[in-house]
Ligand binder design. Structure first.
Ligand SMILES: Nc1ncnc2c1ncn2[C@@H]1O[C@H](COP(=O)(O)OP(=O)(O)O)[C@@H](O)[C@H]1O
Ligand SMILES: N[C@@H](CC(=O)OP(=O)(O)O)C(=O)O
Length: 469
């Protein structure tokens, strides 16, 4: 057996049905057969997390019939996958799936009886997606002749704080994961861990935020001092733009942890924004690879940026469904206590501010937030700020960002960005540049964001068409 240890993460697309799961298992088995130790981390089957959220909402609203119909449909999907993967009706896999669905049904019924959906019960319900897909992956690995054992995030040692819906690992988690998984690995058994979830010190199930299976994989990677963490995707890796929007988007060979964090934060759906944080101290590389083209190197994410001459910008991304909250009050906003109370009120609501800008006359502050957070932000400002301020909301906004370490100290980058936007007749609502100079972001009307993305992508020569020449 070699010293190499890989953590392999499979997202919803790579777990969506029996065929995808079998293929994912084949990719892991290939490495195991080479003597590499592998920890597999799985997401829910594509669409299941959203379905579970809808089930929870329906139960809270009193529509138990709809919740039960959805649970039945989900159950059929898991049983069909198990059957297609070769599980007999009396097998352990089928029994486990049946028990889990029964517990899920009871939890949902509890929400219905109480008509109350706390963040804690929502996490319990939503984590079933990952709990249900782990036995399927274990089965697929066994069918390929591998020994495997599935564990929930908590069983694998992931302990978190109590921020249900957006939990963070506690420092003790790393030692605990090592204790829980080393024995299995030493015995030649591949652990299959349910991603996205952990548990509090008291054993309540938590989730790590949407897209959190990437985060689970890197937490485990750090704990085990993995050689690399691999995120299997349905794209070649991190691309210069969302390939669904920009047809000639190109794969990026190397990115730094900082660059990939900015990209994820500014909407590149390819990775959880905090996923690389556990890797930063140790410098463990993260590789994003295409499951349809496993021999392609994909994108390597590492500590050091690799600047490409003549390419200060590496990618353009967008966050959709954004609202701008304009806070105004001539003369009032210049008072430091008033500004402090604005940010205090927002912090108490735990709202993520995507962009902030203050006019130099200090009579206006603009805040960009996700539209789902807008009402909470408005209410918090109205309740939490004592002085007379006007607060208004502008919807249908998107934030577009360009990212790349090469723009540090480089002149003319914003000029090129603004020229590309002007060429598309796009009006800029807000502008911000991070002090790290890894990104420049602008808020624009949502209707223009796709055209703006394509125009900016072309202006920085990011596409295949240009780079090939
Ligand atoms: N800059 C980008 N690079 C790569 N993929 C991107 C980018 N922006 C958005 N995406 C989208 O992210 C998707 C992959 O992420 P995700 O849906 O989380 O996969 P999974 O859930 O299967 O892991 C791709 O299908 C792609 O459409
Ligand atoms: N299933 C969770 C966690 C996750 O990471 O999923 P995916 O790997 O499919 O993005 C979600 O949808 O948020």
């Amino acid at each position: 057996m070699s010293d190499t240890l890989l953590v392999m993460k499979y997202g919803g697309t790579n777990m969506q049905d029996a065929r995808a799961i079998r293929h994912s298992a084949t990719l892991a088995a290939r490495s195991i057969q080479e003597g590499i130790r592998v920890v597999v981390v799985v997401s829910a089957m594509a669409g299941v997390t959203n379905q579970l959220l809808q089930i929870a909402d329906a139960a809270q609203a009193g529509d138990i019939a709809r919740a039960n119909d959805e649970i039945a449909a989900m159950r059929t999907r898991h049983f069909t996958a198990a059957q297609e993967l070769g599980a007999a009706p009396d097998s352990d896999t089928v029994r486990e799936l049946r028990e889990m669905h029964e517990t899920l049904r009871q939890a949902v019924y509890g929400v219905y009886l109480l008509r109350e959906l706390t963040p804690r019960s929502r996490d319990l319900i939503v984590a079933f997606g990952e709990r249900l897909s782990a036995p399927l992956m274990k089965l697929a690995l066994e069918q390929l002749g591998q020994r495997a054992h599935h564990l929930t995030g908590g069983e694998a040692g992931i302990v978190t704080d109590t921020h249900f819906g957006n939990a963070r690992p506690l420092p003790g988690t790393y030692g605990r994961i090592k204790d829980r998984l080393s024995g299995l690995l030493g015995a030649g058994v591949t652990p299959v861990v349910s991603g996205f979830m952990g548990e509090t010190e008291k054993g309540a199930i938590t989730t790590l935020g949407r897209g959190g299976t990437d985060f689970s994989a890197t937490i485990i990677g750090k704990a085990l001092s993995a050689t690399e963490v691999w995120g299997w995707k349905d794209v070649d890796g991190v691309m210069s733009a969302d390939p669904r929007v920009v047809k000639d988007a190109r794969n990026i060979d190397v990115l730094s942890y900082g660059e990939v964090m900015e990209l994820a934060y500014f909407g590149a759906k390819v990775l959880h924004p905090l996923a690389v944080t556990p890797l930063q101290d140790s410098g463990i590389p993260l590789r994003l690879k295409n499951s349809s083209d496993p021999d392609f190197a994909g994108t390597l994410v590492q500590a050091e940026p690799r600047d490409e001459a003549g390419h200060p910008v590496k990618a353009v991304t967008a966050i959709r469904n954004v609202s701008i909250i304009n806070v105004s009050g001539a003369g009032v906003l210049g008072i430091p206590e008033v500004i402090a109370s604005v940010f205090d009120a927002i912090a108490r609501e735990n709202v993520t501010l995507l962009m902030v800008s203050q006019s130099s006359s200090m009579s206006n502050v603009s805040l960009a937030v996700q539209t789902v957070d807008a009402e909470r932000t408005l209410n918090a400002l109205r309740a939490g700020v004592s002085l007379e301020l006007q607060v208004e909301q502008q919807d249908n906004v998107a934030v577009l960002a360009i990212v790349g370490s090469g723009m540090r100290g480089q002149k003319g980058v914003s000029a090129r960005l603004f020229t590309a936007l002007a060429a598309q007749d796009v009006n800029i609502l807000m502008i911000s540049q991070g002090s790290s100079e890894l990104n420049i972001s602008v808020a624009v009307e949502a209707a223009h964001v796709d055209d703006a993305t394509r125009s900016v992508h072309a202006a920085f020569s990011l596409g295949t068409a240009v780079s090939a020449g």
